[in-house]
Structure formats: C-alpha cells, structure tokens
Ligand binder design. Structure first.
Ligand code: PFF
Length: 458
C-alpha cells in the first residue's frame, strides 16, 4: 500500500530528476581524475562497459523497488519482504545518505566560494593557487558559512515538494547545466595545443587495462550513477505507473556518462593547451580548486576575458551539478522521516538540514582547526568519505542486487518492468542472471579492492 498524498514526477521530470541526482561532482571532478590516473581512453571504454553491464541492472532494480512500493527506501524493503531483515538495506541507504549529504555539501560549499573568486576575477590577480586554497579551506568561518548556504538552498527546494520543488528545479537546472558544459567543451577543444589532451581520451591504449583499472571503473560507475543508497529507489517511488523503467534507466545512465566524458573533454584539452600534464598529485580537491584555476589562466593567457568567462561558467557548472545531487540525498532522508514517523515534509526537512549541517561543520573544520583530529591518519572529512562512498555505497549496491536477483518475486519484477504487460521486455533473463551472479561478485570485488585487499593488481 502506498503512503497517502504522494506526488508524482511527470515523464520528463522523472528522467531529469534522476539524471540530476546522478550528475554531480562525481562527473566533473572525480571522473576526470580517475581517467587521468587509469590511462585515459582505455579507462573510458571500461567505464562504459561497467555502466552497461553493472550500473544499468542495479539502477533498474532500484527503480523497480521504489516504483512498486511507492514508498521511502526503508519502507520499500520492508513492504517487499515483510518480517525479514532485508529492511536493513533500506535503512542503511538512509544512513549512507545522511553521511554523504554532510560531507558532500562541504565541497559543494567550496564551489560557491570559487564561483565568487571567478566572478570577481581573483584568479587573474593571484598566482599561488595552492596557498589560496589552503587559506580558504582552513578558515574557520567561510567554508562553514558556504556549507550552510548550500544546505539551506537544498532545504528550500525540498520543502517545496516533489513536483514544484525537485521536478521544477531539475527541469531548469539540467538543461542549463547541459548548455554550460557544451559551451565549455567547445572552448576547450578549440584551444591551440589542445590536441594531446583530446588524444588522451579518444585513443585507447589497451595495454593500460589491468585489474585495477577495471575495479576503479566499477567504483566510479556506482558513485556516479548514485547507486547503492536508495536515492534512485526514492525517486522511482514518485514515478508514474506508465513510466518505462528501462528506458528511463538507459536515459539517466546515458546522460550521466555523456556529462562525465564531456568533463574529460574540458579538463584534458585545457590542461594540454596550458602545457600541463595532470599527475597523481592533482587528485582530490586540488584538481578543481588548485590545478584548474591555474590551467584556465594559462590556457587563455592570450585572451584574459575568455579566462574570466570560462572560469565563471565552470564553477557555475559545478554548483548546479552539486545542487541537483544534494537535493536527491536530502530527499532520501526527508521521505524516510516524513513517512516513517508521520511528520510534515517541512519538519522532516528541517531535522535533516539541521542535523546534517551540524555534522557538516566538523567535516568542514577538519581542513583547519580540526585538522589534527585524526584517526588512523584520516581526518573527520576523510572518514565520512571513506565510510559512506567507499564502504556503504558498494555494500548497499551488492545487497540490492542480491535482493532483487535472489529474493524478490520474479513475477512482480516482470510486471514492474513491463508496466503490467504494456511494454515489451526481451532481456529479463539476462537481467536476472546479472543480478544473481555477475553484479554481487563484481561489486564484492570493488568493495574489497577499495578496502585495500587487492593491492596486488596495482
Ligand atoms: N552521483 C553523484 C555524483 O556523481 O556526484 C553523487 C551521489 C549522489 C552519490 C547521490 C550517491 C547518491 F545517492
């Protein structure tokens, strides 16, 4: 039974909202880093295979679970498996969302500060970008303020509800984001000397593919597609009965992959044109907050106005991408509190925002006053990132595929996929096979790899 007074996304709204969740800092920041680290075009090819073979089946699973139950992620598993422990998969998703929202918003907040730098042309005046970043990140005030601002904007959208909040904003932000990224790609690939950067992502060197590259591609695919914490399950609970789940999943995965590859087409050509080869030191926040401001100034050194416009557009792009993702994380927890504890959307959202803002403060300060506060050489921010993205997301993804592959009633799955016989589905057996055997084993590999069990591959 569905919860009362539930809203629904329209057909396009459903795809844009889910794509908004998927497209985020993971695409524009993490994907190019992983591509750079793992040998360029060969990694991109492996990544695409991972999205198709593993990402899509798990995404379709989350869609089926959400739409069939019309519930928040915790209630969804409970309804599909009454009296069993599977309910913990949903609850785990809510916990993961809670942790990710808290630390992801810190980086999202930094993008606001950097958009401000770009707007006021600070990059043209500064030269020591490393110092500038460390001064800002370690400041006890500004990162916390921007964290609050970002969470507050997310909060306002969530309070407005599914249709006039999430859907409406996604319909404005996603096309804007697309336009911005197209303009940035055009500028980057037409820069003089951008050739080697383009080659890097279009000419695969298959000798670069090894076990480590495959595992990194799988891990990146899961993070980027927002799989494993009930985000897509929650959004699918707002899908209409006639939404074609497979087509929506293919659309979301294609948009997400396209945006990730396009980010590569911005960063590598711009870096090549600036005579800059990205190295392992450019990983982490330093890529977008230290290396890129430098790259943009160098690449457009002959036309400072272009450097200005390019930087403004790039940081605006980051803000939009991060915002559509934080909205989805917030919604997972808000829907859970609202429905499980029967409170208003407003009150649920307030609890989520306040508690995550509280946790976020510690994450933000861990680059400054709390930087000495370490456990096993990791700061508070590192712990949030590690526990949620490295452990809980793949673990959640593995449980979801086992749940749908082995436990969930196949008739119910078939009915959901075919919209009760109105859509043709020819791949059902393949899907079940992947969910039963391929996905759990492969995700198990990502999981243990990320915990450092397979260092032999490197
Ligand atoms: N997919 C988002 C990104 O690429 O930045 C991050 C994310 C959002 C992960 C929502 C998990 C999630 F549930």
């Amino acid at each position: 039974m569905a919860f009362k007074n539930r809203e629904n996304f329209g057909r396009i709204g459903a795809v844009l909202a889910a794509a908004g969740s998927a497209v985020g800092l993971g695409n524009i920041w993490r994907f190019p880093i992983e591509t750079g680290r793992n040998g360029g075009a060969a990694f991109v090819l492996v990544y695409i295979v991972c999205v198709i073979v593993l990402g899509l089946p798990v995404m379709i699973s989350e869609f089926m679970i959400g739409r069939s139950t019309q519930s928040n992620t915790a209630a969804a598993y409970r309804k599909l498996s009454p009296g069993t422990q599977w309910k913990w998969v949903g609850r785990l998703g809510v916990l993961t969302g809670f942790l990710i929202f808290s630390y992801y918003s810190v980086v999202a907040g930094w993008t606001v500060e950097y958009a401000g730098y770009a707007l006021t042309n600070v990059f043209a005046r500064e030269s020591d970008y490393k110092q500038m970043f460390s001064d800002f990140a370690s400041n006890p005030f500004w990162p916390v303020l921007w964290l609050f601002v970002f969470m507050f904007i997310t909060h306002v959208i969530i309070v407005r509800g599914v249709k006039s909040g999430i859907e409406k904003v996604s319909k404005i932000l996603m096309p804007t984001l697309f336009l911005l990224i197209m303009m940035l790609v055009f500028c980057a690939i037409t820069l003089p000397g951008s050739g080697p950067g383009i080659d890097f992502i279009v000419r695969p060197d298959f000798s670069k593919i090894n076990g480590m590259v495959v595992l990194s591609a799988m891990g990146q695919a899961f993070f980027s597609l927002s799989i494993g914490m009930g985000c897509l399950c929650t959004y699918a609970s707002y899908f209409r009965p006639d939404t074609n789940l497979t087509r929506s999943a293919v659309n979301v995965a294609s948009i997400d992959t396209m945006i990730a590859i396009m980010s590569g087409f911005i960063i590598f050509p711009a870096a090549a044109s600036a005579g800059y080869m990205l190295t392992a030191d450019d990983v982490g926040p330093s890529l977008i907050f230290i290396t890129l401001p430098h790259v943009f100034q160098q690449a457009f050194s002959g036309a400072p106005i272009l450097a200005y416009v390019f930087s403004v557009m790039f940081y605006l792009l980051l803000i939009l991408a991060a915002l559509t993702s934080t909205i989805s994380m917030h919604e997972v927890i808000t829907a859970y509190l609202k429905e499980e504890f029967e409170m208003s959307r407003k009150k649920a959202a307030r609890i989520v925002t306040c508690s995550c803002a509280f946790l976020g403060i510690f994450c933000a300060l861990s680059f400054g006053v709390l930087s000495g506060f370490k456990l096993m050489d990791m700061t508070i921010f590192d712990w949030f990132d590690f526990v949620s993205s490295t452990i809980l997301l793949p673990f959640g993804g593995m449980l979801i595929s086992i749940f749908t592959g082995w436990y969930l009633n196949k008739r119910l799955m078939y009915d959901e996929l075919t919209n009760y016989g109105t859509v043709r589905v020819r791949y059902f057996k393949v899907l079940v096979f992947i969910l039963r055997f391929v996905a759990p084993v492969a995700i198990g590999f990502i999981f243990f790899n990320e915990l450092g069990f397979f260092d032999v591959f490197s």
